[in-house]
Design a protein around this ligand. Structure first.
Ligand code: HEC
Length: 439
């Protein structure tokens, strides 16, 4: 109260000055050594190291200092680390969340505004070992793969247009049909990690039958672990149809090979639920008509497209991976339930074609959808000069495979279940949520 009286008697400018100095004493200036290095180590260095896919290493003060302003820009706009899902709407709990927290973004900002001071190097965090890109990322969790399949070698060119490499390789190594638990797609390291833009390894069974997509890859999505009790049926014989999209980046290399690691359920074990893995949900044409026919984006203009898909059986959704090209900005996935209720499941509002990120839901938030649910996808394209990666706003843009043409579909990790399993899965979720609430 005494203080209050003093303040009342002080002039306003003096008061403001006093408040500012109180604040700066209370909040010590962040420094690189103490505050920023731990963030960069945890959230950036796995790519921003000399062999990583990031354009520059960010592992010590002299490397980081010249980029301070750019780091501030990219992190405050949530462009880096690459994680482009809307943090304001839809499911927010992911197994592979790579994003910065608001507090971390604020800390980087405060540090840059303070002149990016180094601080005391004795406060630096212990260096951590991150797995090299040459190792299986799932290795630590699952051990070495049960089976590794390889593409046939390809000579990577340094410069030029998009390249497609589509060898067919016999599938060997299984005696009997098995159920897949997890798969990882591993381009060579470091070259392949930089030039393989996306790829699929699809098993075409001997004697016909439905093809099985063992692994799908995009920069930002390299592995898939199915939930406990869920697996993908893999026949023992056939051929692997590889579909590899190489995008030259100025580095060449002979005999590049892509590997896929496969982890199976034990021999003879049939998991409760059979999944088809990632399924494509189109947003670019009416069913039964030419693919991509709906994409017509005017010069300096926008287009909004919607695609709806009715689920003919109940389903659990594991992951969401929108696919657009350079004009793509937004893709929203909504569920319209049979009772009419509508809900946004996920929205990528900051799409960047350089990244094909699968947003993998935590087990306790995976959508469990009843028969008759409509999945509705909405894509927004921006062909104006405001879109920083637009190669040419003067062009009309239509469907095509090249990055400068457009596409619009979502890869959704989905397991269809029967009505009985649906009732059971919903009941299990209730128990899960109840337990969480009590904890
Ligand atoms: C998954 C790999 C990955 C992670 C994690 C990552 N980056 Fe990057 N970063 C890249 C790649 C690749 C590029 C260049 C292509 C692009 O901009 O998408 C890039 C570009 C940048 C740029 C722009 C460089 C330029 O010259 O234009 C900055 C700044 C940056 N990153 C900072 C960060 C910071 C800070 C973090 C962590 C908070 C981070 N990145 C996390 C891969 C990554």
């Amino acid at each position: 109260m005494i203080q209050l009286k003093n303040i009342v008697q002080t002039s306003l400018p003096a008061l403001i000055l006093a408040m500012i100095s109180i604040q700066s004493v209370a909040q010590e200036e962040p420094t690189y050594s103490k505050d920023i290095a731990p963030i960069l180590q945890e959230k950036c260095a796995s790519c921003h190291n000399p062999e990583g896919i990031g354009p520059m290493p960010l592992q010590n003060y002299s490397q980081v200092k010249p980029f301070a302003a750019l780091i501030h820009d990219r992190t405050s706009k949530r462009i880096m680390p690459p994680w482009h899902v809307d943090t304001g709407i839809g499911i927010q709990s992911f197994k592979n969340d790579a994003s910065l927290s608001e507090a971390q973004i604020d800390k980087i900002e405060a540090w840059v505004l303070a002149g990016a001071p180094e601080g005391n190097p004795s406060e630096l965090p212990e260096p951590i070992d991150f797995p090299s890109g040459a190792e299986w990322q799932l290795g630590e969790q699952l051990g070495p793969p049960d089976l590794i399949i390889k593409s046939s070698p390809y000579d990577v060119i340094a410069n030029g247009q998009d390249q497609w490499w589509q060898p067919s390789v016999p599938f060997e190594g299984l005696n009997d049909e098995r159920f897949l638990r997890a798969a990882e797609f591993k381009p060579s390291y470091p070259l392949g990690k930089k030039v393989v833009h996306h790829g699929h390894a699809v098993l075409v069974p001997e004697g016909g039958g439905r093809s099985v997509a063992l692994a799908r890859y995009g920069v930002g999505k390299s592995w898939e672990i199915f939930p406990d009790g869920t697996g993908m049926r893999v026949p023992a014989n056939g051929n692997i149809a590889w579909n590899l999209h190489y995008f030259p980046v100025g580095a060449e290399g002979a005999d590049d090979v892509v590997e896929v690691g496969l982890w199976f359920y034990p021999e003879g074990q049939t998991p409760e639920k059979e999944t088809i893995g990632e399924a494509m949900f189109r947003v670019d044409g009416l069913k039964g008509m030419a693919r991509g026919q709906d994409i017509v984006i005017p010069p300096h203009g926008y287009q909004v497209l919607q695609g709806t898909h009715r689920l003919d059986a109940p389903a659990v959704i594991h992951s969401y991976r929108p696919h657009l090209h350079m004009r793509g900005k937004v893709m929203t996935m909504e569920a319209i339930y049979p009772d009419g209720k509508k809900e946004v499941l996920s929205q990528v509002n900051n799409y960047d074609h350089n990244w094909q990120i699968a947003y993998i839901y935590e087990d306790d938030v995976k959508p469990i959808l009843p028969t008759g649910t409509i999945l509705q996808f909405t894509s927004v394209f921006d062909n104006t000069a405001n879109n920083p990666i637009n190669p040419d706003p003067e062009q009309w843009v239509v469907f095509g495979r090249r990055g400068v043409d457009e596409m619009s579909h979502a890869w959704v990790g989905i397991t269809y279940i029967d009505e009985e399993q649906y009732v059971q899965t919903v009941a299990e979720r209730r128990v899960q949520q109840e337990t969480l609430r009590i904890q």
